[in-house]
Design a protein around this ligand. Sequence first.
Ligand code: B4P
Length: 198
Amino acid sequence: RHRSIMRLVLLGAPGSGKGTQADLLKAELGIPHISTGDLLRAAVRAGTPLGLKAKAVMEAGQLVSDEIVLGMLEERLAQADAAAGFILDGYPRNLAQCAALETLLARLGQPIDVAIKLEVPSELIVERIAGRAAEQGRKDDTPETVRERLRVYAEQTEPVAGHFAQLGKLRVVDGVGELAEVSQRILGALPAGAPSAA
Ligand code: B4P
């Protein structure tokens, strides 16, 4: 049922489980997981000029410039595996990125089929990220940076969900529960066959 070409956007606050769920869903859907956060962290680790620019911005909990992220995303979408569809995690993060994505995908003739928004109460988010901070030591998982990331999310990313709602493409999914339970909810919220694959 889910094996048709599917272009999916995962929305949700930092710590809502986007990255975690995208990793579980990619096997189920047979499409790659494209995370702008992972692409940026890889650039930081590799010490590329782009990574050097992004590092301080990420550690402050701010958004990296739209231009940098779009360039990175275009490169990734041009790779062969993305022709089968993709799960976009962490992009678009604001309305400008949303417009850029739509322009890019319209040019490729590959519109987004559905946007899934994972909903998790902020108390739980703070708990989850504290857990990850203890396990992985990510520099942007300090309590102060997490507060800033949540603020930026409410201000800049929430309107993106509103935009997909206006297009009739938004599905809101409860992100609280066991990982497998949340995955099942997401799969249940997907359109039965993406229109593009019909
Ligand atoms: P991201 O990498 O996107 O990080 P995130 O918002 O924290 O989400 P992530 O996917 O990592 O967390 P998840 O919810 O899976 O962004 C990091 C930074 O990169 C941004 O602040 C920004 O600076 C920059 N950036 C990224 N994209 C950008 C863009 N488009 N434009 C500009 N800047 C950009 O998981 C969180 C934790 O919860 C994990 O430890 C997980 O184990 C746990 N968890 C998940 N599901 C759970 C469940 N059901 N129950 C219990 N725990 C759960």
